[in-house]
Design a protein around this ligand. Structure first.
Ligand SMILES: C[S@@+](CC[C@H](N)C(=O)[O-])C[C@H]1O[C@@H](n2cnc3c(N)ncnc32)[C@H](O)[C@@H]1O
Length: 290
């Protein structure tokens, strides 16, 4: 049983709800264009490092004929995925030793995973389990532009807290988070180096701007609350990964400040006071065939 990611890096709710927004209905068409998969076929799709299952769930809605399997080594994520997404086979397993026979899948796909896994194993295993002519798709967020509403700006006590965390947090090194990060040019070159052909790249932009008039109220509040959840999960990861260095009282104070700020943002939204805060993510796809 492995629960490192969900307890010390990003919680299940953070990943699930942020991905639900990024891959939600507003942006589905551009992702389908990027993925270029034939929805008329009964594709066997494997999502590697599926986390709590949000992208797998969208893939199932985008390609209802497909047979989808999601794999992650974090047991909390797999349990969460099984409870939140239907019709998908979620498996606890290691991407560096995939529990599947050679030539099993038509498509392998991953989102924000390649940077955490040794590339020889990451690509080698996908090449092995893909059928001849099968497609490997690597998705990754390259940059995010954040513009805060003033009420969400970092307060002095938060700045001091996060400075202290930065000084004693070794989670990233300890668990190899982001160890294999590659540039926009290195990613397609790596896919080719590890044996894939017909490599191509593409980009999509996802802009989450609650004040835009075409965003319904419920979705706008989800956008604001997703950021709140990310901030709260970051605090509980700190508690889990640095016991003894950060006290429960310090975290509790930060939780209080966080909730107050996001309650204020929701209240502004409800009153119609536009803030134009936004989070724009540039997502890259790299695609190759076996
Ligand atoms: C940044 S998270 C992304 C999760 C998911 N793709 C999403 O976007 O919600 C990276 C994921 O890779 C998983 N992971 C890292 N190394 C892995 C490995 N060797 N085998 C399987 N999963 C792995 C982690 O458990 C985590 O769920």
């Amino acid at each position: 049983m492995n629960t490192i990611w969900s307890e010390c890096v990003q919680g299940a709710k953070t990943l699930y709800y942020s991905r639900k927004l990024r891959f939600g209905d507003l942006f589905a068409e551009q992702f389908k264009k990027l993925l270029k998969l034939d929805g008329r076929r009964k594709l066997k799709i494997l999502e590697i490092g599926c986390g709590p299952g949000a992208l797998a769930g969208e893939l199932r809605r985008w390609y209802p004929k497909a047979d989808i399997c999601g794999l992650d080594r974090d047991s909390n994520f797999i349990n969460f995925a099984r409870a939140h997404e239907e019709g998908i086979n979620f498996i606890e397993g290691d991407a560096t030793a995939l529990p599947f026979n050679d030539d099993t899948f038509d498509v392998t796909i991953s989102y924000t995973v390649s940077e955490h896994i040794e590339p020889d194993k990451f690509y080698g295993e996908q090449l092995r389990v893909l059928k001849q002519g099968g497609t490997c798709i690597v998705l990754s967020t390259r940059k995010t532009v954040y513009v805060n509403a003033p009420c969400l700006d970092e307060q002095e006590s938060e700045r001091i807290f996060w400075e202290k965390v930065k000084n004693c947090d070794d989670t990233m090194e300890k668990y190899g988070i982001g160890r294999y990060h590659m540039s926009e040019a290195e990613l397609p070159a790596a896919m080719e180096k590890y044996g894939f052909k017909n490599i191509e790249t593409g980009f999509a932009a996802v802009a989450l701007t609650p004040d835009n008039p075409q965003i319904p109220e419920e979705l706008a509040c989800n956008m604001i609350n997703e950021q709140r959840q990310t901030a709260l999960d970051a605090l509980s990861s700190v508690m889990n990964s640095m016991p003894g260095q950060i006290t429960a009282a310090e975290v509790e104070e930060m939780v209080g400040i966080t909730n107050k700020k996001y309650d204020a943002r929701i209240a502004q939204y409800i009153r119609g006071e536009k803030q134009w805060d936004t989070a724009v993510s540039v997502i890259m796809s790299v695609r190759g065939t076996k």
